[in-house]
Design a protein around this ligand. Structure first.
Ligand code: BMA
Length: 339
């Protein structure tokens, strides 16, 4: 492999060969998409925007489920192959450090990240408006919530899979309480996962139409020899609503507020029926990847049209080359007063 990969790996990465040549980015969809369809679990109408990790002999995941009462919450699921999922009928029950019930009123867009011995779930919830929730578990039986890390409003929290310079690092997207017509990605650090500070700007919307309105973190960044490979979502406004595409960037390994490369082209944009047609049309919303760090095979899990879970594939060497070849880093990727 041209570029080295570090971090979680699996030799069971879901995979289907792609085309020999690409019209755009070297990313292709699973032909049997969507992998999770409507009414997947009792009392759950739709599952989308969900995150998974290799675990034991297979995979484990946290799933955004829209209950039949319309309230989103988080469900745990397991899979042997990363494609067929067995999702719990009961939502995850969160407790505080004393073991007392500590439930969000609603919870959506969960990410799942292992840092050292703990697995963290990070999501968006109601804390007097949209804000970030975090919980940790070691056994996927007890989920202990950490107190609200940020004041409202904020969304799209993505934790780095290891400490950087001995600090936990978290990407987030400060927002408003509604559908937020703006948004940049920031990074914050913490010594203890409780107090967060040293907030820095990472990158903002730019002059490329598909990411001209707002952007937000997507999948857990992947450590590579070129930097942190970040898949994120970029949003454009149309006369008929937002369009969510998948973008790619590479951040500095030791200081991820520095954008080394940022692809000017989207990696994926809604074009299949399950991305264009659904509860919210025209949404590709990446929340996780799993990869084989020895072969570079990568599977991308993304929410489609707020209705389904889709799977796409890439080869990390090809993807990193594509991001580098089409990189345009400009003022929207700098921090005021620093560069
Ligand atoms: C965002 C989030 C996502 C959703 C997207 C498109 O603000 O709420 O959960 O996928 O909008 O509706």
């Amino acid at each position: 492999m041209k570029y080295k990969l570090y971090g979680p790996t699996t030799n069971k990465v879901p995979w289907q060969e792609g085309p020999d040549a690409f019209e755009g980015a070297p990313v292709w969809r699973y032909q049997e998409n969507p992998i999770i369809g409507r009414n997947p679990v009792k009392n759950v109408a739709r599952i989308f925007n969900s995150a998974v990790l290799p675990y034991e002999d297979g995979f484990i995941g946290v799933f955004r489920g829209e209950q039949t009462n319309g309230i989103p919450t988080i469900y745990l699921g397991r899979s042997e192959d990363g494609i067929h999922w067995d999702i719990d009928e009961d939502m995850i029950k969160f407790v505080d450090e004393n073991g007392e019930i500590f439930m969000p009123q609603y919870a959506y867009d969960p990410r799942l990240v292992q840092v050292e011995d703990d697995y963290y779930i990070i999501w968006c919830q109601d804390f007097y408006g949209a804000s970030i929730g975090i919980a940790k578990t070691r056994d996927f039986k007890t989920f202990v919530r950490i107190e609200n890390p940020f004041v409202p409003f904020n969304r799209n929290a993505v934790l780095f899979p290891r400490k950087i310079q001995d600090k936990f690092m978290l990407l987030s997207r400060p927002s408003d309480s509604g559908h937020t017509p703006f948004g940049d990605i920031f990074v914050s650090e913490s010594a203890d996962m409780i107090y967060w500070g040293k907030h820095r700007h990472v990158m903002g919307p730019n002059d490329k139409w598909w990411q001209s309105l707002k952007i937000g973190g997507g999948a857990t960044p992947i450590e590579t020899s070129e930097g942190w490979l970040l898949l994120y979502h970029g949003v454009a406004g149309t006369c008929n609503g937002f369009v969510y595409s998948i973008g790619g960037a590479i951040l500095d390994l030791e200081n991820p507020s520095i954008v080394k490369y940022r692809c000017e082209n989207f990696l994926m944009t809604p074009e299949e029926w399950y991305e264009e047609r659904g509860f919210v049309p025209n949404v590709c919303f990446p929340c996780a990847t799993v990869q084989n760090t020895q072969t570079g095979q990568m599977a991308i899990y993304y929410g489609a049209a707020d209705s389904y879970v889709g799977l796409a594939f890439a080869n990390t060497d090809e993807l990193i080359d594509y991001i580098k070849e089409h990189s345009v880093v400009n003022e929207s990727d700098t921090e005021i007063g620093r560069r």
